[in-house]
Design a protein around this ligand. Sequence first.
Ligand code: NDP
Length: 326
Amino acid sequence: MFRAILVTKDDDTYQARLSEVDESALPEGDVTVAIDYSSLNYKDALAITGRGPVVRRFPMVPGIDLAGEVTHSLAPGFAPGDKVLVNGCGLGEVHWGGLAERARVKSEWLVPLPARFSTRQAMSIGTAGFTAMLCVMALERHGMKPDGGEILVTGASGGVGSFAISLLAASGYTVVASTGRPEEADYLERIGAKRIIPRAELAAPGRPLGKELWAGVIDSVGGTTLANACAQTRYGGTVAACGLAGSMDLPATVAPFILRGITLAGVDSVYCPAPLRSAAWQRLATELPLAGIDAIATEIRLDEAIAMAADLLDGKVRGRVAVRLA
Ligand code: NDP
Protein backbone atom coordinates (compact mmCIF):
# COMPACT_ATOMS: atom_id res chain seq x y z
CA MET A 1 0.00 0.00 0.00
CA PHE A 2 1.11 3.58 -0.53
CA ARG A 3 -0.33 7.00 0.30
CA ALA A 4 -1.80 9.13 -2.47
CA ILE A 5 -4.24 11.93 -3.03
CA LEU A 6 -7.11 10.38 -4.93
CA VAL A 7 -9.63 12.43 -6.90
CA THR A 8 -12.99 10.74 -7.43
CA LYS A 9 -16.20 11.77 -9.12
CA ASP A 10 -19.47 9.96 -8.44
CA ASP A 11 -22.58 11.39 -10.09
CA ASP A 12 -22.03 15.05 -9.24
CA THR A 13 -19.78 14.66 -6.19
CA TYR A 14 -16.20 15.68 -6.88
CA GLN A 15 -13.79 14.81 -4.08
CA ALA A 16 -10.05 14.80 -3.37
CA ARG A 17 -8.85 12.94 -0.29
CA LEU A 18 -5.71 11.41 1.13
CA SER A 19 -6.01 7.65 0.62
CA GLU A 20 -4.16 4.36 1.01
CA VAL A 21 -3.83 2.74 -2.41
CA ASP A 22 -2.80 -0.81 -3.30
CA GLU A 23 0.28 -0.93 -5.52
CA SER A 24 -1.56 -3.31 -7.86
CA ALA A 25 -3.84 -0.39 -8.77
CA LEU A 26 -0.99 1.57 -10.39
CA PRO A 27 -1.56 2.24 -14.09
CA GLU A 28 0.39 0.58 -16.88
CA GLY A 29 3.94 1.66 -17.57
CA ASP A 30 7.42 0.18 -17.85
CA VAL A 31 9.04 2.03 -14.94
CA THR A 32 7.98 2.24 -11.28
CA VAL A 33 9.22 5.18 -9.23
CA ALA A 34 9.38 5.73 -5.45
CA ILE A 35 8.55 9.43 -5.33
CA ASP A 36 10.65 11.75 -3.12
CA TYR A 37 8.99 15.02 -4.09
CA SER A 38 6.14 16.33 -6.19
CA SER A 39 4.86 19.89 -6.38
CA LEU A 40 1.65 21.88 -6.28
CA ASN A 41 0.96 23.64 -9.57
CA TYR A 42 -1.96 25.81 -10.65
CA LYS A 43 -3.22 22.84 -12.66
CA ASP A 44 -2.96 20.51 -9.65
CA ALA A 45 -4.98 22.98 -7.62
CA LEU A 46 -7.67 22.95 -10.34
CA ALA A 47 -7.60 19.14 -10.30
CA ILE A 48 -7.86 18.92 -6.49
CA THR A 49 -10.63 21.48 -6.12
CA GLY A 50 -12.51 20.55 -9.31
CA ARG A 51 -12.58 24.24 -10.27
CA GLY A 52 -11.29 23.43 -13.77
CA PRO A 53 -11.68 20.40 -16.06
CA VAL A 54 -8.14 19.07 -15.64
CA VAL A 55 -8.86 15.45 -14.70
CA ARG A 56 -9.94 13.39 -17.69
CA ARG A 57 -10.19 9.97 -15.98
CA PHE A 58 -11.39 8.93 -12.53
CA PRO A 59 -10.18 7.92 -10.05
CA MET A 60 -7.07 10.08 -10.60
CA VAL A 61 -3.94 10.78 -8.62
CA PRO A 62 -3.25 14.48 -9.33
CA GLY A 63 0.24 15.94 -9.59
CA ILE A 64 1.79 16.95 -12.93
CA ASP A 65 5.34 16.71 -11.54
CA LEU A 66 7.33 14.00 -9.78
CA ALA A 67 10.92 13.20 -8.88
CA GLY A 68 12.27 10.13 -7.18
CA GLU A 69 14.09 6.84 -7.58
CA VAL A 70 13.40 4.01 -10.00
CA THR A 71 12.44 0.85 -8.09
CA HIS A 72 11.55 -1.38 -11.03
CA SER A 73 12.21 -1.04 -14.74
CA LEU A 74 11.43 -2.99 -17.89
CA ALA A 75 13.02 -0.22 -19.97
CA PRO A 76 16.60 -0.68 -21.22
CA GLY A 77 17.65 2.90 -20.34
CA PHE A 78 16.61 2.85 -16.68
CA ALA A 79 17.55 0.66 -13.71
CA PRO A 80 16.59 0.54 -10.03
CA GLY A 81 18.38 3.28 -8.12
CA ASP A 82 18.32 5.81 -10.99
CA LYS A 83 17.13 9.27 -9.95
CA VAL A 84 14.55 10.60 -12.39
CA LEU A 85 11.89 13.26 -12.87
CA VAL A 86 8.75 13.63 -14.96
CA ASN A 87 6.88 16.85 -15.69
CA GLY A 88 3.68 17.04 -17.72
CA CYS A 89 3.16 14.24 -20.27
CA GLY A 90 -0.45 13.89 -19.08
CA LEU A 91 0.46 13.12 -15.44
CA GLY A 92 -2.37 14.08 -13.12
CA GLU A 93 -4.71 14.53 -16.10
CA VAL A 94 -4.96 11.21 -17.97
CA HIS A 95 -2.29 9.17 -16.11
CA TRP A 96 -1.82 8.89 -12.32
CA GLY A 97 0.52 11.64 -11.19
CA GLY A 98 2.99 12.69 -8.55
CA LEU A 99 0.96 13.45 -5.42
CA ALA A 100 1.61 9.90 -4.18
CA GLU A 101 4.42 7.80 -2.78
CA ARG A 102 4.58 5.65 -5.94
CA ALA A 103 4.06 6.08 -9.66
CA ARG A 104 4.23 3.83 -12.67
CA VAL A 105 5.03 5.72 -15.85
CA LYS A 106 6.21 5.28 -19.42
CA SER A 107 10.00 5.41 -19.71
CA GLU A 108 9.85 7.87 -22.61
CA TRP A 109 8.49 10.50 -20.20
CA LEU A 110 11.44 10.20 -17.80
CA VAL A 111 14.21 12.78 -17.61
CA PRO A 112 17.35 11.71 -15.72
CA LEU A 113 17.66 13.98 -12.70
CA PRO A 114 20.27 16.65 -13.56
CA ALA A 115 23.34 16.04 -11.36
CA ARG A 116 23.23 19.61 -10.02
CA PHE A 117 19.77 19.14 -8.49
CA SER A 118 18.40 17.16 -5.58
CA THR A 119 14.90 15.74 -6.10
CA ARG A 120 13.66 18.53 -3.83
CA GLN A 121 15.29 21.22 -5.97
CA ALA A 122 13.99 19.60 -9.18
CA MET A 123 10.45 19.71 -7.84
CA SER A 124 10.87 23.22 -6.47
CA ILE A 125 11.49 24.08 -10.13
CA GLY A 126 9.02 21.56 -11.60
CA THR A 127 6.62 22.45 -14.38
CA ALA A 128 6.63 26.15 -13.44
CA GLY A 129 10.40 26.57 -13.76
CA PHE A 130 10.48 24.35 -16.83
CA THR A 131 7.76 26.47 -18.47
CA ALA A 132 9.59 29.68 -17.57
CA MET A 133 12.68 28.23 -19.30
CA LEU A 134 10.61 27.34 -22.40
CA CYS A 135 9.33 30.93 -22.44
CA VAL A 136 12.87 32.34 -22.27
CA MET A 137 13.90 30.01 -25.10
CA ALA A 138 10.87 31.12 -27.17
CA LEU A 139 11.87 34.77 -26.74
CA GLU A 140 15.46 33.96 -27.70
CA ARG A 141 14.32 32.11 -30.83
CA HIS A 142 12.76 35.39 -31.90
CA GLY A 143 15.91 37.40 -31.34
CA MET A 144 15.70 38.59 -27.73
CA LYS A 145 19.06 39.72 -26.28
CA PRO A 146 19.91 40.93 -22.75
CA ASP A 147 20.75 44.43 -24.00
CA GLY A 148 17.56 44.72 -26.07
CA GLY A 149 15.41 46.48 -23.49
CA GLU A 150 13.08 45.69 -20.60
CA ILE A 151 11.30 42.32 -20.35
CA LEU A 152 7.89 42.28 -18.66
CA VAL A 153 6.90 39.28 -16.51
CA THR A 154 3.24 39.07 -15.46
CA GLY A 155 1.85 36.95 -12.63
CA ALA A 156 5.25 37.73 -11.16
CA SER A 157 4.86 36.27 -7.65
CA GLY A 158 3.54 32.95 -8.97
CA GLY A 159 5.58 29.87 -9.86
CA VAL A 160 6.12 30.58 -13.55
CA GLY A 161 6.58 34.31 -12.94
CA SER A 162 9.14 33.85 -10.16
CA PHE A 163 11.30 31.46 -12.18
CA ALA A 164 11.00 33.66 -15.29
CA ILE A 165 12.37 36.59 -13.26
CA SER A 166 15.18 34.53 -11.76
CA LEU A 167 16.26 33.04 -15.10
CA LEU A 168 16.10 36.33 -17.01
CA ALA A 169 17.98 38.24 -14.32
CA ALA A 170 20.68 35.54 -14.16
CA SER A 171 21.25 36.00 -17.91
CA GLY A 172 21.57 39.77 -17.60
CA TYR A 173 18.09 40.89 -18.71
CA THR A 174 16.36 43.90 -17.18
CA VAL A 175 13.13 42.53 -15.73
CA VAL A 176 9.94 44.42 -14.88
CA ALA A 177 7.55 42.45 -12.66
CA SER A 178 3.78 42.94 -12.84
CA THR A 179 2.07 41.87 -9.62
CA GLY A 180 -1.19 42.27 -7.75
CA ARG A 181 0.74 41.90 -4.48
CA PRO A 182 2.74 45.07 -3.76
CA GLU A 183 3.72 43.51 -0.42
CA GLU A 184 5.88 41.06 -2.41
CA ALA A 185 8.04 43.84 -3.92
CA ASP A 186 11.05 42.95 -1.73
CA TYR A 187 10.77 39.30 -2.71
CA LEU A 188 10.50 40.15 -6.42
CA GLU A 189 13.53 42.43 -6.27
CA ARG A 190 15.48 39.80 -4.33
CA ILE A 191 14.92 37.20 -7.07
CA GLY A 192 15.91 39.64 -9.82
CA ALA A 193 13.21 42.19 -10.73
CA LYS A 194 14.57 45.65 -11.51
CA ARG A 195 11.26 47.37 -10.90
CA ILE A 196 7.65 46.49 -10.09
CA ILE A 197 4.42 47.65 -11.73
CA PRO A 198 0.92 47.09 -10.30
CA ARG A 199 -1.17 44.36 -11.90
CA ALA A 200 -3.99 46.92 -12.31
CA GLU A 201 -1.97 48.81 -14.96
CA LEU A 202 -2.56 45.97 -17.40
CA ALA A 203 -5.92 44.72 -16.13
CA ALA A 204 -8.36 47.21 -17.68
CA PRO A 205 -9.15 47.13 -21.41
CA GLY A 206 -6.59 49.33 -23.19
CA ARG A 207 -5.98 50.82 -26.63
CA PRO A 208 -5.11 48.57 -29.61
CA LEU A 209 -1.62 50.12 -29.63
CA GLY A 210 0.00 51.55 -26.52
CA LYS A 211 3.33 53.18 -25.79
CA GLU A 212 6.14 50.84 -26.89
CA LEU A 213 7.60 49.63 -23.60
CA TRP A 214 8.70 45.99 -23.68
CA ALA A 215 11.36 44.22 -25.75
CA GLY A 216 9.69 40.98 -24.68
CA VAL A 217 7.03 39.63 -22.34
CA ILE A 218 6.49 36.39 -20.41
CA ASP A 219 2.79 36.19 -19.59
CA SER A 220 1.11 33.62 -17.34
CA VAL A 221 -2.09 35.64 -16.83
CA GLY A 222 -3.91 35.87 -20.21
CA GLY A 223 -7.00 38.05 -20.75
CA THR A 224 -6.70 41.85 -20.90
CA THR A 225 -3.23 41.57 -19.31
CA LEU A 226 -1.96 39.65 -22.33
CA ALA A 227 -3.82 41.91 -24.78
CA ASN A 228 -2.30 45.04 -23.17
CA ALA A 229 1.13 43.45 -23.01
CA CYS A 230 0.97 42.83 -26.77
CA ALA A 231 -0.19 46.43 -27.35
CA GLN A 232 2.80 47.73 -25.34
CA THR A 233 5.45 45.52 -26.95
CA ARG A 234 8.07 47.34 -28.98
CA TYR A 235 8.45 47.00 -32.73
CA GLY A 236 9.57 43.44 -33.58
CA GLY A 237 9.31 42.22 -29.98
CA THR A 238 7.97 38.87 -28.77
CA VAL A 239 5.38 37.88 -26.18
CA ALA A 240 5.54 34.34 -24.78
CA ALA A 241 2.07 33.28 -23.60
CA CYS A 242 1.83 30.28 -21.31
CA GLY A 243 -0.98 30.82 -18.81
CA LEU A 244 -4.48 31.82 -17.91
CA ALA A 245 -4.28 32.71 -14.21
CA GLY A 246 -6.40 35.79 -14.95
CA SER A 247 -8.47 34.64 -17.90
CA MET A 248 -8.63 32.29 -20.86
CA ASP A 249 -9.85 35.14 -23.11
CA LEU A 250 -7.67 37.16 -25.42
CA PRO A 251 -9.52 40.42 -26.09
CA ALA A 252 -6.88 41.80 -28.47
CA THR A 253 -6.71 43.40 -31.93
CA VAL A 254 -4.36 42.54 -34.78
CA ALA A 255 -2.78 46.02 -34.59
CA PRO A 256 0.44 45.05 -32.71
CA PHE A 257 1.00 42.17 -35.15
CA ILE A 258 0.41 43.99 -38.43
CA LEU A 259 1.73 47.45 -37.47
CA ARG A 260 4.64 46.53 -35.17
CA GLY A 261 5.45 43.03 -36.39
CA ILE A 262 5.34 41.58 -32.90
CA THR A 263 5.23 37.81 -32.36
CA LEU A 264 2.92 35.97 -29.98
CA ALA A 265 4.70 32.72 -29.09
CA GLY A 266 2.59 30.01 -27.46
CA VAL A 267 4.31 27.80 -24.89
CA ASP A 268 3.17 24.32 -23.83
CA SER A 269 5.05 22.27 -21.27
CA VAL A 270 2.87 19.15 -21.19
CA TYR A 271 3.55 17.61 -24.59
CA CYS A 272 6.79 19.49 -25.24
CA PRO A 273 8.88 17.26 -27.58
CA ALA A 274 11.68 15.25 -25.92
CA PRO A 275 14.66 17.11 -27.49
CA LEU A 276 13.31 20.49 -26.35
CA ARG A 277 12.41 19.00 -22.95
CA SER A 278 15.92 17.76 -22.36
CA ALA A 279 17.48 21.01 -23.67
CA ALA A 280 15.32 23.05 -21.28
CA TRP A 281 16.28 20.90 -18.26
CA GLN A 282 19.95 21.13 -19.23
CA ARG A 283 19.73 24.91 -19.37
CA LEU A 284 17.92 25.04 -16.02
CA ALA A 285 20.72 22.93 -14.56
CA THR A 286 23.39 25.32 -15.79
CA GLU A 287 21.73 28.74 -15.59
CA LEU A 288 19.39 28.77 -12.61
CA PRO A 289 20.97 30.21 -9.45
CA LEU A 290 20.56 27.65 -6.65
CA ALA A 291 19.96 30.46 -4.16
CA GLY A 292 17.03 31.55 -6.35
CA ILE A 293 15.40 28.13 -6.01
CA ASP A 294 15.56 28.37 -2.21
CA ALA A 295 14.16 31.90 -2.28
CA ILE A 296 11.24 30.89 -4.50
CA ALA A 297 10.16 27.52 -3.07
CA THR A 298 8.58 26.35 0.17
CA GLU A 299 7.95 22.76 1.22
CA ILE A 300 4.80 21.05 2.47
CA ARG A 301 3.76 17.48 3.32
CA LEU A 302 1.34 15.48 1.20
CA ASP A 303 -1.42 15.85 3.80
CA GLU A 304 -1.20 19.66 3.49
CA ALA A 305 -1.63 19.77 -0.29
CA ILE A 306 -5.43 19.59 -0.43
CA ALA A 307 -5.89 22.56 1.91
CA MET A 308 -3.31 24.61 0.03
CA ALA A 309 -4.94 24.07 -3.39
CA ALA A 310 -7.72 26.64 -2.84
CA ASP A 311 -5.21 29.23 -1.52
CA LEU A 312 -3.10 28.78 -4.63
CA LEU A 313 -6.06 29.39 -6.96
CA ASP A 314 -6.96 32.45 -4.90
CA GLY A 315 -3.48 33.89 -5.58
CA LYS A 316 -2.41 33.62 -1.92
CA VAL A 317 0.60 31.36 -2.45
CA ARG A 318 3.93 32.96 -3.31
CA GLY A 319 6.45 31.27 -5.60
CA ARG A 320 6.49 27.49 -5.63
CA VAL A 321 5.40 24.67 -3.37
CA ALA A 322 7.38 21.41 -3.30
CA VAL A 323 5.48 18.47 -1.80
CA ARG A 324 7.54 16.00 0.23
CA LEU A 325 6.61 12.32 -0.09
CA ALA A 326 9.62 10.40 1.22
P1 NDP B 1 0.55 30.49 -9.66
O1 NDP B 1 -0.79 30.40 -9.05
O2 NDP B 1 1.74 30.10 -8.89
O3 NDP B 1 0.81 31.96 -10.20
C1 NDP B 1 -0.16 32.70 -10.89
C2 NDP B 1 0.06 34.17 -10.60
O4 NDP B 1 -0.80 34.92 -11.45
C3 NDP B 1 -0.33 34.56 -9.18
O5 NDP B 1 0.70 34.36 -8.27
C4 NDP B 1 -0.65 36.02 -9.36
O6 NDP B 1 0.57 36.76 -9.37
C5 NDP B 1 -1.24 36.07 -10.76
N1 NDP B 1 -2.71 36.03 -10.73
C6 NDP B 1 -3.50 35.16 -10.06
N2 NDP B 1 -4.79 35.43 -10.27
C7 NDP B 1 -4.83 36.50 -11.10
C8 NDP B 1 -5.87 37.26 -11.68
N3 NDP B 1 -7.16 36.96 -11.45
N4 NDP B 1 -5.55 38.28 -12.48
C9 NDP B 1 -4.26 38.61 -12.72
N5 NDP B 1 -3.22 37.91 -12.18
C10 NDP B 1 -3.50 36.88 -11.39
O7 NDP B 1 0.46 29.62 -11.01
P2 NDP B 1 1.66 29.11 -11.95
O8 NDP B 1 2.71 30.15 -12.00
O9 NDP B 1 2.01 27.72 -11.62
O10 NDP B 1 0.88 29.08 -13.34
C11 NDP B 1 0.46 30.30 -13.91
C12 NDP B 1 -0.40 30.03 -15.13
O11 NDP B 1 0.38 29.38 -16.13
C13 NDP B 1 -1.59 29.13 -14.86
O12 NDP B 1 -2.68 29.56 -15.64
C14 NDP B 1 -1.11 27.79 -15.32
O13 NDP B 1 -2.18 26.95 -15.69
C15 NDP B 1 -0.27 28.17 -16.51
N6 NDP B 1 0.76 27.20 -16.82
C16 NDP B 1 0.84 26.78 -18.11
C17 NDP B 1 1.80 25.91 -18.49
C18 NDP B 1 1.91 25.52 -19.93
O14 NDP B 1 2.42 24.44 -20.21
N7 NDP B 1 1.45 26.36 -20.84
C19 NDP B 1 2.72 25.31 -17.51
C20 NDP B 1 2.63 25.92 -16.18
C21 NDP B 1 1.64 26.80 -15.87
P3 NDP B 1 0.70 38.18 -8.64
O15 NDP B 1 0.06 38.02 -7.31
O16 NDP B 1 2.15 38.47 -8.59
O17 NDP B 1 -0.06 39.17 -9.52
